[in-house]
Ligand binder design. Sequence first.
Ligand SMILES: Cc1ncc(COP(=O)(O)O)c(C=O)c1O
Length: 387
Amino acid sequence: MEMNTKIVHGGQHPDPSTGAVATPIYQTSTFAFKDAEHGARLFRKEEKGYIYTRLGNPNTDMLAQKLAILEGAEAGLVFSSGSAAIFGVMLGIAGKGNNVVSDNIIYGGTYAQFMKVLPKTGISVTLIDTTDFEKLEQAIKPDTKLLFIETPANPTLKIVDIAKCAEIAHSHNIPLVVDNTFATPYLQRPIEQGADVVVHSMTKYLTGHGDSIGGAILGTEKLIKELKMLNDLGACYNPFGAWLTLRGLKTLAVRVERHSENAMEIVKFLEAHSKIEKVYYPGLTSHPGHEIAKRQMSGFGGVISFDVCGGREAGKAFINALKLCIIAVSLGDVDTLIEHPASMTHSSYSDEECLKVGIKPGLIRISVGIEDVKDIIADLEQALNKI
Ligand SMILES: Cc1ncc(COP(=O)(O)O)c(C=O)c1O
């Protein structure tokens, strides 16, 4: 099947018992056993079947299978959030006493997990610029158990070379894990480019409508089987959430196309505006990662960042003057969302750290929605006129 067909039909079939075309919601915490022996057989894994939703549910299983198909992975596991999925990778692949190497530009919540949570589990994290391959080679030590990258990265849209990182990771016998939240499998499939594991915040484009928080890990059958122990962590996705993500996924292709088209128009508008200092978007030929993005992505996505002339205060005045764009964190929703990374999504970075990695005090991040682009531009324009 081609990608658009996989997005609609992959892993989903009419319900065999009723013929329902839309997937039924299995909103149940537990499943009845035929008798005591049946329950015992399921627990001993001698027979396949559902036991308890934290350990497996038709909606979450279907979602994991569908995402694996879309990412070109063998299997998947879904979680209550993207952050839980990332933690699952860290705990399940790196583990106590070991090290993880990652980029210094990542989502602020992942950064906080790396800085505050992982040290409590005995996992250390080394953050570097993974586009500097020499530094990357030096950062990987004998106790390093995985390389984790996010591309495009939140919030500066930094592009990291997946194929090159996979080559370096494999030369050290460690896996490459890619957070593919910004691109989605519609625009970028890291496993096809050599990565071993993909993680997602399904909260974003995959669910697409800003109505559920969820996460996923996609990889080989062997890895996913090992990571099933994470069911005992308790961060399971709920059946209705999984149903919402399955429903959202059906329109992933058309939504991402529109998000990307709208973003390109907005980038042109911002680039030409006298009150905009700099625009960060991988579709711009001036973006340092443009050539790599062109190679590893089939489109540039719906997130743009930009610096407004006048820094933090001007940025604040600008977003406060918006009428249509909603001031909110998160991204990938059908609604246009706008936020100030330094004081919101990336407030876990100190001001000095922000500056060091290129998150300027006045940087604004916009997740372009699927509204008429003229209306979004008119809103941005009237707000810029006020500063
Ligand atoms: C790139 C990226 N990865 C992971 C996460 C965390 O996902 P969640 O909020 O679903 O825990 C986010 C959230 O914004 C993100 O932007």
